[in-house]
Design a protein. Structure first.
Length: 106
């Protein structure tokens, strides 16, 4: 159970690093198109990207991904709690039936 949990956690961390690179790339593209949407622009401004939009998009997408990670992490913890709880219920029930079975044969 611990290996499964740590494996899922490592997978989430590695995916998070890949997602941050994708976020920077997406923010760069969105900021470039935002710059092209402006009606009054000169020829020299076409190649420039406004860093303000990159930061805004990066923060926005990062917050959405972090909220999604937190929700997934809480689901995993909830499933582990349920599995742990039912494991002890079933193990204690089987221990009770074994104890009764041994006492009946005496």
């Amino acid at each position: 159970m611990y290996l499964l949990f740590s494996g899922i956690l490592h997978l989430m961390i590695s995916l998070n690093a890949c997602l941050k690179l994708c976020i920077i790339y997406i923010a760069f593209i969105l900021s470039y198109f935002k710059r092209l949407d402006k009606t009054k622009r000169s020829k020299s401004d076409d190649c420039k990207v406004d860093i303000k939009y990159i930061i805004i998009y990066y923060i926005h997408i990062s917050i959405c991904i972090k909220l999604h990670d937190i929700i997934c992490f809480m689901r995993i913890l909830w499933l582990l709690f349920i599995a742990y709880k039912y494991y002890f219920i079933f193990s204690s029930e089987s221990a009770r039936t074994k104890f009764r079975h041994n006492n009946q044969h005496r």
